[in-house]
Design a protein around this ligand. Structure first.
Ligand code: MG
Length: 333
């Protein structure tokens, strides 16, 4: 057999509205499309993780000599890859799963033994802006679950304005934007508006701070996002948080995401499956794992103006998995 052909190309996404979070703002994301024979995958260039389009493509170029000739040996291929870009690893792992599914003529969720009727609803993300602008976006969306980006000087005013505009279920994401003292003061006040949980209130390495916050029972469950990439960080988080946010772009793909979810369960943590700013390609790959998760935050395609792919479909907050083989993602015609 001959070695599989791995190539990559830029996949540049324009955002519908400026995406401002505690880490910074962007109008465009320069992601990467990986092609392994007929298999497709996406790597997201996430600035705060140091991932760039050039870095992801350079990693995939090096990986081209290591993929071998058999897409069914996913564990072997992933093991052979050097450490480096998690986004590039995610793109290649997705492409391997896509290729295997296409060769077998089965959608990924079936290969994983998962029920496509057991999907949590997804949240819709509202990025940081003036409180009234954010509240108006929530109202206009008409959606029942909103993820509110915080970590600005107006955090309480934002949540208050959104709560006046909508009775949606609210999840808050501080993106590591608060100090311990700010978090300890803010969380009980924000909890008073009726929220489901708070993501990453503190700096990613401040695990003891997360544990300290959680012990105080401030009225809202605390989830870790930036504090973990893979299952390797899970043991340290045991007892420090109520749940974790799993993303293929952090884990480096589906195989490691499955392990991370299993570890969360073993440690009695809840799991939210989420995405970066990604097209329907990367988000659909993640969505196949949604039956294993308590919460979904899979709104990437809703934030992108020029998504070149069709994959999962949305009906309000409800999404459905494609039944086509592999990831089930196709180019828009
Ligand atoms: Mg987050």
């Amino acid at each position: 057999m001959t070695a599989m052909n791995l190539t990559s190309q830029p996949l540049t996404l324009d955002l519908r509205v400026t995406f401002r979070i505690a880490h910074g703002a962007s109008d465009q994301r320069r992601n990467v499309l990986a092609r392994l024979e007929d298999g497709l995958g996406e790597g997201a260039a996430v600035p705060q993780w140091g991932e760039t389009q050039e870095g992801i493509q350079a990693y995939l170029e090096r990986a081209a000599g290591l993929v071998g000739d058999d897409p069914f040996l996913i564990e072997d291929v992933m093991e052979r890859l050097p450490a480096g870009s998690q986004a590039a690893r995610a793109a290649l792992d997705m492409a391997l799963h896509d290729l295997v599914g296409k060769r077998l003529g089965q959608p990924l969720y079936r290969l994983l033994g998962l029920n496509p009727d057991r999907l949590p609803l997804t949240s819709f993300t509202v990025a940081i802006d003036e409180p009234q602008v954010m509240a108006e976006r929530v109202r206009q969306s008409g959606l029942p679950i909103i993820k509110v980006k915080l970590g600005s000087p107006d955090d309480e005013a934002i949540v208050a304005a959104i709560r006046r505009a909508s009775d949606a279920r609210l999840r808050l994401d501080a993106n590591a934007g608060w100090t311990r003292q700010q978090a300890a003061q803010l969380i009980p006040r924000l909890a008073g508006y009726g929220i489901e949980f708070i993501e990453q209130p503190l700096a990613k390495d401040d695990i003891e701070g997360l544990r300290w916050l959680r012990k105080q029972k401030l009225g809202a469950p605390i989830f870790a996002d930036e504090s973990l990439k893979t299952g390797r960080e899970m043991p340290a988080l045991a007892g420090a948080v109520d749940g974790v946010v799993v993303k293929l772009q952090k884990t480096g793909g589906i195989r490691e995401a499955l392990k991370t979810i299993a570890m969360a369960r073993a440690l009695d943590m809840q799991v939210m499956l989420s995405c970066m700013v990604e097209s329907s390609l990367g988000v659909t790959a993640a969505a196949h794992l949604a039956p294993l998760c308590d919460y979904a935050d899979l709104d990437g395609p809703l934030l992108v103006a020029n998504d070149p792919f069709s994959g999962i479909t949305y009906e309000g907050a409800k999404f459905s998995l494609p039944e086509r083989p592999g990831l089930g993602v196709v180019w828009k015609s």
